[in-house]
Design a protein around this ligand. Structure first.
Ligand SMILES: *Cc1c(COP(=O)(O)O)cnc(C)c1O
Length: 419
């Protein structure tokens, strides 16, 4: 069977380690299912991206929806990143993690009045508006609070990011942003409002993008808009390229940070704007694995099933996007192999982690590592079937820390009352 190629998850004497901690040890001490993250991975990826853009004024905003444990937000905040938040909840988490509101930017197609009020009262850096209606609402709330709201406008550049349709966001048919044809008109109208300060132009064309061309095309469109706006007397201070950089789940060959920077910097340099980048998956996905124990192995009509203690409630991506996560045993001293579906205990046929996988012949109590689970894993975990949300562990060289305890049965009903 193929093993996932990673310098952060490696086998030592046939046992899988995260950095220098044995996953077997984590399973023994914390139990399963548990998300395990490598701290070094996240630091390395942040630095790689930051260095790639060193020749142009820039700032990385970590899109914390990918993994918003407050320790992960703190890690990127401490490295010097800003944080991109999508809701009052993510804003609150970022403040709890110790982030300065002046480093927080707020995205989202449906911000509520309460959310806008909360972030303006806390003097965040920037709201990224997605419609004229929203801009008017921000203006009126800012007026009421006696403030000037710093905003950018998200433009939908209508490029095809060639990714899964559910995670493409920059096509004309998607709900995000303002279409490129009316952008100038909306910027011009917004510039006349009294309690708005127009700072930037923003895009986010999709996720898990492995080709560089859509970014080049979109960056060219944004630069053109920035130049047209300047000619009309509207000077912007930043261009936000959004996130979406693709990663390797198995055999993908995504562009590197350096290739990305080298492709877009010459285009962006034509303006004197600061560049914002908002990666989520790129900084976290391959930092993590979901560690799970095999409960049963069975055979139905010649089909093998490995029933694991992790399910769609821990990792939803296979069920909703048919996403591929490589799955491998923690102990690979087993010789025999077979082909099996790896499924969870949830009462849904859509509850699977991997289908038709060639894998070592594991047995009950063996451990499995579901790879690339550091992004859009725990944040999508649910309590369906009244399952307890799993624990999270951060590994730092030969030490590991529980950064979220497993939920308890009491917590499942804590907000309910018998009437
Ligand atoms: C989701 C999102 C991101 C991060 O996307 P990744 O694919 O994880 O890099 C960045 N910006 C915005 C506005 C988003 O919605």
């Amino acid at each position: 069977m193929q093993l996932f190629d990673s310098e952060y998850f490696t086998y030592k004497e046939n046992k899988l380690f995260c950095e220098n901690v044995s996953l077997e040890k984590i399973a023994q001490e914390v139990a399963t299912p548990v998300f395990v993250y490598s701290k070094k991975f996240m630091i390395d990826r942040y630095k790689e991206l930051n260095n790639a853009f060193e020749n142009i004024p820039h700032k990385i905003y970590y899109a914390c929806k990918a993994n918003y444990n407050i320790n992960i937000i703190k890690l990127f905040n401490d490295l010097g990143a800003g944080i991109d938040v999508n809701s009052a909840g993510e804003f609150y988490r970022s403040l709890k993690a110790g982030a300065n509101p002046k480093n927080l930017i707020f995205s989202g197609v449906g911000k509520t009045k309460d959310e806008i009020e909360l972030v303006l009262e806390n003097e965040l850096k920037l709201i990224k508006a997605e419609s004229y209606g929203e801009i008017e609402l921000i203006n009126s709330i800012a007026k009421k609070l006696g403030k000037i709201a710093p905003i950018a406008i998200r433009v939908n550049p209508n490029v095809d990011p060639a990714t899964h349709p559910y995670i493409s966001t920059g096509l004309a048919e998607n709900k995000f942003g303002i279409d490129e044809t009316t952008a100038i008109e909306i910027f011009t109208k917004a510039a006349k409002l009294g309690n708005i300060q127009l700072l930037g132009i923003d895009m986010h064309i999709g996720s898990q993008i492995t080709k560089i061309e859509p970014y080049i095309e979109a960056a060219e469109k944004l630069v053109k808009l920035v130049e047209e706006l300047k000619a009309k007397g509207i000077s912007l201070t930043h261009i936000d390229l959004g996130g979406g950089m693709g990663i390797k789940y198995l055999d993908e060959k995504p562009f590197t940070a350096k290739e990305y920077a080298d492709a877009v910097i010459p285009i962006l340099k034509k303006t004197d704007c600061e560049i914002f980048i908002e990666p989520g998956r790129y900084l976290t996905a391959n930092s993590g694995c979901l560690l799970s124990e095999v409960l049963y192995v069975k055979n139905n009509l010649d089909k093998n099933f490995i029933i694991a203690d992790a399910a769609m409630t821990e990792l939803l991506r296979p069920s909703i996007y048919k996403a591929y996560h490589h799955i491998q045993p923690v102990n690979i001293s087993i010789n025999e192999e077979f082909t099996a579906d790896i499924v969870g205990p949830v009462c849904e046929s859509g509850d699977f982690l991997g289908k038709h996988r060639k894998i070592k012949k594991v047995k009950p109590n063996d451990l499995l590592a579901v790879m690339s689970a550091g992004a859009y894993g725990m944040v999508m975990a649910s309590n369906y079937n009244a399952r307890l949300k799993p624990a999270e562990v951060l590994v730092d060289n030969e030490k590991f820390y529980i950064i979220r305890k497993r939920e308890t049965l009491e917590q499942l009903v804590q907000n309910e009352f018998l009437i």
